[in-house]
Write a protein that binds this ligand. Structure first.
Ligand SMILES: C[S@@+](CC[C@H](N)C(=O)[O-])C[C@H]1O[C@@H](n2cnc3c(N)ncnc32)[C@H](O)[C@@H]1O
Length: 160
């Protein structure tokens, strides 16, 4: 699936593993002893921490290579290659999480959010973060351009 391929999985796992640690410490009381699903679980860094305190946890991700990587790290956890936009689950969860701007990757937010809603118990919670125009304005070396009523952002890693 696009950039989320085998080559990137190892690199991603080492370079982007700090955020799941932060969100885990922030939300651990919300997931303690709960049935949880991590949507867009990536290489499984959040699950690695969360599985120690949840009642149950599973994960889905659209990238088969990222799921393969996450499965090596979490061999006993149920991880599936699924695009959230086509997700139908027979289980109902207390909490669905979706971290690290993954929501920004979805093509059809309405379908994705409907599927997430349907996978939650009646009093279930969906916890997610999202890159917003407001937040991106504060990023260093980030440029926001308005295009066709939406925004595109460009990030420069090197400034000459
Ligand atoms: C920035 S990574 C975040 C991974 C993980 N949540 C973390 O905190 O490290 C974005 C992830 O979203 C997944 N993804 C993107 N679109 C998706 C979709 N429609 N359904 C499921 N996963 C998706 C990608 O494959 C990738 O693993």
């Amino acid at each position: 699936m696009g950039i989320y391929n085998e080559k990137f999985a190892n690199f991603y796992d080492k370079g982007w593993n700090n955020f799941p640690v932060k969100v885990f410490s922030f939300f651990k009381n919300e997931i303690k002893n709960k049935n949880v699903c991590d949507v867009a679980c990536g290489t499984g860094n959040f699950i690695k921490l969360a599985k120690k305190i949840t009642k149950s946890i599973c994960g889905i991700d659209a990238s088969k290579d990222f799921i393969k990587y996450a499965q090596k790290v979490n061999p006993k956890i149920n991880l599936r290659v699924i695009n959230v936009e086509n997700w139908k689950d027979k289980n109902k969860y207390d909490v669905v999480v979706c971290f690290y701007d993954s929501v920004n990757h979805f093509n059809d937010w309405e379908r994705a959010f409907k599927n997430i809603y349907q996978s939650l118990k009646e009093d279930g919670k969906f916890i997610f973060d999202v890159n917003s125009v407001y937040g991106l304005k504060d990023w260093r070396n980030t440029f926001l351009n308005k295009i066709n009523g939406g925004y595109i952002y460009e990030r420069r890693s090197f400034v000459g």
